[in-house]
Design a protein around this ligand. Sequence first.
Ligand code: SF4
Length: 345
Amino acid sequence: MDKLQPIVQPLLAWYGQHQRKLPWRNSGNAYYIWLSEVMLQQTRMAAAVPFFLRFIKALPTLEALAAAPQEQVQKLWEGLGYYTRAKNLQMAAKLCLEQYGGLPADYQALRKLPGFGPYTAGAVASMAFSLAYPAVDGNVLRILARYCNSRSPVDEPAAKKAAEALLAAVLPDNPGDFNQALMELGALVCVPAKPDCVSCPLQIQCAGFAAGEQNSLPVYKKTASMRVASRKREKWTVLRFVHNGFVALERRPEKGLLAGMWGLPMLEGHLRQKEVKDKIRAWGLEALHIKPLPPHKHVFTHREWEMIAYSVTVAAPTPNFVWQGFTAPLEKAVPSAFKSFLQDY
Ligand code: SF4
């Protein structure tokens, strides 16, 4: 069970020297640590830092996050995508305050909160509260597959469980540093495309490197092309209603993709101009002029939207939409799926 024991000291020593300075790192602030981890599930480190700073400037504490209007949280999340994470973040903040008076220093309690899978709970428990739990994500699985020269697919659920067990057996007194050291190694050295084995503190013991297999690992059961092929494709017609420099936004349903977000109205299928003209009467709108916009494809994790779009100048605005100044910064958080249609007025 202590197969990974030899990595502990070299990894911690390397981390002591090479860790990047980050606004949440070594802060001891559980809220910062949690927020940064959720953001890092969405974007790279360099991109996450400005989002993080903007977020904590507006909502500096767990209490502020819990009390903020949902739309403010969405707006602060804009650009990161996958808004469910922002929703879960706020729901979890409210529950934490109601039930524990703050983020609980208890792995099982963390796991029960919205958005806390084993990785996030392990990361927060270890980094914020020094609790001995591993935090296994794709980076860690990649390092271990190479280190152990394992050709077991890392996208099988069993791989994560096995990695968690191996790591749990060797967690040192400072599990937060250890988990961060692994993540940092995955980000800076044992990177996906070309691991920098020459600079790696684990090189001497690394079985993948010894076998010359570091570039062929890890192995995935589902290839990238299989993942693309399994995505559901949907056709949509997006409508950009404009009137006197204002554009119509509507709130999406509370369930489904981009639930509760503000977006442009959409109709199922790829419709012709004539069909659009007929259909929009149901919204109480009269089209004065219609022009097609460049199509756009938006890829979600399990779905793809193939969108064509029309810009429709309407005779008068209707109250069933929010009419937002076209050139003014958008007050509402609008998902990136719609952003290309909001340019080039
Ligand atoms: Fe990764 Fe290379 Fe280090 Fe092995 S030696 S852990 S393959 S960077």
